[in-house]
Design a protein around this ligand. Structure first.
Ligand SMILES: [Zn+2]
Length: 244
């Protein structure tokens, strides 16, 4: 049975109940549903803890997908907890960590729009994130980019998700043209993330990550070091001002 991904429907759930499906030999715990985001597309897995009905607290160090991607595994450190399939637990997120990741993740959407270069990679961190661009020369108007980013944050734009079927996508090829990231097809439907409201949508991308509801939540953003990575690539670092 596939794990129900509750973080997809509501990224603001910090605490929620679930039922234990299985416990792996290495201590990994599979639940019927979870608010813990599983590590993927550059965003780290969530941390936190599970509270059992007998008030045991089981620390969760990371969250990952199973090899076949159907289940989410809550990674534990060795400890003297005991859990059985069928038991009820309460999932409790390390919310401070996750909320920083949500701000950073949303900020990277804005950065990918602001820098007019193809994105070649990236990694999201709570304190520092990076995006890699196919950018042979560093533009000399970086300050303008930084201003644009902070203007979008100040404008407190709405961030909304929408689901679109493969058929709808095929019927609207101009939609794909506006996306920086190619949508995955063949799964029936794709989750789209839009920043800004029509007709002023500034970003539209297929994305399964967790985002803040409005760009204003990100707070001031600073562009840090820009590193040369090979002939073509430049690595751009981002910092949330409040995390300094
Ligand atoms: Zn995203």
């Amino acid at each position: 049975m596939a794990t129900k991904l509750q973080f997809r429907d509501n990224s603001y759930l910090r605490e929620n109940g679930a039922v234990v499906v299985s416990i792996q030999e290495d201590g990994g715990i599979v639940l019927n549903q979870t608010i813990f985001y599983a590590q993927s597309v550059g965003q780290p897995g969530d941390r936190g803890r599970l509270r059992t009905s007998t008030d045991q607290l089981i620390p969760i160090a990371n969250t990952v997908y199973s090899d076949d991607k159907s289940e989410i595994v809550h990674v534990t450190e060795p400890g003297d907890w005991h859990l059985e399939p069928g038991e009820q637990v309460i999932c409790e997120l390390d919310w401070k960590y996750r909320y920083s990741l949500m701000k950073m993740h949303t900020a990277l959407h804005l950065v990918s729009v602001c820098f007019p270069f193809p994105v070649t990679g990236g990694a999201i961190g709570a304190n520092k994130s990076r995006l890699d661009f196919d950018m042979p020369e560093v533009p000399d108007n970086i300050e303008q980019f930084a201003q644009q980013l902070n203007d979008w944050i100040d404008a407190d734009l709405a961030v909304v998700t929408d689901w679109i079927s493969d058929d709808e996508m095929a019927a609207n090829p101009e939609l794909i043209k506006t996306m920086k990231v190619k949508p995955p097809v063949g799964q029936g439907q794709v989750r789209l993330v839009l920043i800004g409201e029509a007709p002023n949508v500034i970003d539209l991308q297929p994305c399964g990550g967790t985002h803040v509801a409005r760009t204003g939540e990100i707070g001031p953003l600073r562009i840090g070091k820009i590193q040369k990575k090979g002939k073509q690539n430049r690595r751009v670092y981002l910092h949330l001002e409040e995390e300094k």
